[in-house]
Ligand binder design. Sequence first.
Ligand SMILES: Nc1ncnc2c1ncn2[C@@H]1O[C@H](COP(=O)(O)OP(=O)(O)OP(=O)(O)O)[C@@H](O)[C@H]1O
Ligand SMILES: [Mg+2]
Length: 221
Amino acid sequence: MDNLIEVSNITYQYHKGRKVFEDFSVQFDCRESTVITGKNGSGKTTLTKLIMGILKPQSGNIFIFGKNTKDLSLGQTGEMIGYVLQYPERQIFAASVMEELTFPLLFKGEKKEDILLKAEELIQIFELEKVRESYPFFLSYGEKRRLAIASVLMNNPRYLVLDEPTASLDKDRIRALSQVLNKLKGKNIGTLMITHDKNFIEAHGERIIQLEGGQIIKDEK
Ligand SMILES: Nc1ncnc2c1ncn2[C@@H]1O[C@H](COP(=O)(O)OP(=O)(O)OP(=O)(O)O)[C@@H](O)[C@H]1O
Ligand SMILES: [Mg+2]
């Protein structure tokens, strides 16, 4: 129970939109790498937003690490699960790359030396050295994506949810991301990843789920 995400009989309909999920259930093991595929509009992003508590189901419950998301703030969920949005510019706020990486932990009062060390390490891994002091707004798409992933990892999440993380990354950067995910896996930090990238599915899909019209039409290990 403690290592699970349990989506239990949820119904979700966007305001004035169509019903995306009806009586939908699924469980994820947070030590495992799960890939979600499916056509555009099949509900992949909506599912991840429901898990993160950004959207609330009209009925049913979602439990992360044994806690009902109804009882958790977005901040509390975000401490446990790192979430990288499909459009990374929507999660970048600071005035520089370095600040984006460090300010949440500085704000929380963690030790500055430790924060800077960790930020440096992620800057190296995601090859952001050249843009360290740049205004994130002007970064390229690939740089924004890498920054968004690095920021989320600053928090030491227990699980990682990534919505199309390879979009706009070149081959070398995809390989680097792949290595990071393997390293996390080695620390028992699993991922829930939406992707259409065949190589990525092969490398990281311990379990592969295919969604269509808000239903699971394939679930394979
Ligand atoms: N904010 C919204 N308001 C109304 N309807 C929405 C909203 N966001 C998504 N939808 C609808 O919900 C359905 C599921 O969308 P979702 O974004 O979850 O799909 P997806 O599988 O992530 O697609 P893609 O592969 O294009 O990213 C679609 O029919 C979409 O039009
Ligand atoms: Mg999507």
